[in-house]
Design a protein around this ligand. Structure first.
Ligand SMILES: Nc1ncnc2c1ncn2[C@@H]1O[C@H](COP(=O)(O)OP(=O)(O)OP(=O)(O)O)[C@@H](O)[C@H]1O
Length: 296
């Protein structure tokens, strides 16, 4: 099956600074893929490249097997700032959507606007930030795309609205086989919504894969203080925190942990994300005793 997104050595530069570099990633179709990373990690840049809103400075990207931007009816992109026409009303946005999109689902768009209690006669410029996000998301879903690209679109929604939106999204995934690529800082939301994860740090992909598979391949090891360099081959240290007598490591491995000195625990999604986001070696002096964390 054609992947939702495939990139080879993809990069985007602003002046001399790379916002995204050497990005090689393959996300299978039918996934709800979450893109996570610190502010400035390159998430919006990758999404804008996938949507055809930016040209790469290096490498190649294919979306649903084609050049970004060449399958306009099949891909819907909701940018971070809920792109709407401030002077047009809610109803006018729906009419415009119907005129521009051959697969437009007018009935579900109207039903969603009713359910949200948005006044059809209200101009977009007079809606609250969350209401604007709701309208932009409704327009994106009503296009009935094959791929929906969302750039932190749910961030402005209140918790109830986020739950409602998640349910709508997952219904569309189940009913229409919609693929989704979304950026979010809300790990709890990602956990409930996504089945695939891409972690970016400093413009580079740190890890990518199906979430179940990633969680199955990572372990937290806690035990007497130890140099991560002494671990067996096949146990790749992602993050390490050392206290005076104790080490706590997140390791990636396909092998069982046989060393009885370690207490072995599962790694949750938040731990995994933080471990990969923590990036290059950091030395963190802590009160009273020396602590260090670094990535192998
Ligand atoms: N138009 C631009 N001109 C110059 N630099 C830019 C531009 N857009 C983004 N950048 C830089 O590229 C890097 C990646 O930005 P990007 O917006 O992709 O990050 P992000 O992960 O989406 O961040 P956030 O979580 O804050 O939205 C940042 O260092 C940012 O300052």
């Amino acid at each position: 099956m054609t992947p939702l997104l495939e990139a080879w050595g993809l990069g985007r530069r602003y002046g001399r600074r790379w916002a995204l570099a050497e990005c090689t990633v393959r996300i299978p179709a039918g996934r709800v893929a979450g893109l996570v990373g610190a502010n400035g990690a390159g998430k919006s840049t990758l999404l804008a490249l996938a949507a055809g809103m930016l040209e790469p400075s290096a490498g190649t990207v294919r979306v649903l097997g084609d050049r970004p931007g060449s399958r306009l009816g099949k891909v819907a992109y909701v940018a971070q700032d809920a792109p709407l026409y401030a002077g047009l009303t809610v109803a006018e946005h729906l009419r415009l959507g119907a005129r521009l999109n051959p697969r437009w689902d007018a009935a579900s768009a109207r039903a969603r606007i009713d359910r949200l209690g948005l006044d059809p006669a209200r101009r977009a410029g007079r809606l609250s930030g969350g209401q604007r996000a709701q309208l932009a998301l409704t327009l994106g879903l009503a296009k009935r795309p094959e791929l929906l690209i969302l750039d932190e679109s749910a961030a402005a929604l209140d918790p109830l609205a986020r739950r409602d939106f998640r349910a709508t999204l997952l219904e569309a995934v189940a009913a229409d086989g919609l693929s989704v690529l979304l950026a979010s800082h809300l790990v709890a939301d990602l956990e409930r919504t996504c089945d695939h994860l891409v972690v970016l740090a400093d413009g580079r992909v740190r890890v990518a894969g199906d979430i179940d598979d990633l969680l199955a391949r990572h372990r937290r090891l806690t035990g007497p203080r130890r140099d991560p360099g002494t671990l067996p081959r096949g146990q790749h240290v992602v993050a390490a925190v050392h206290a005076a007598r104790q080490s706590s490591l997140v390791v990636r491995t396909d092998d069982p942990i046989l060393d009885p000195a370690w207490e072995v625990g599962d790694v949750g999604l938040e731990d995994l994300v933080i471990a990969y986001m923590s990036g290059e070696p950091v030395l963190r002096p802590a009160a009273g005793r020396a602590k260090a964390a670094w990535r192998a």
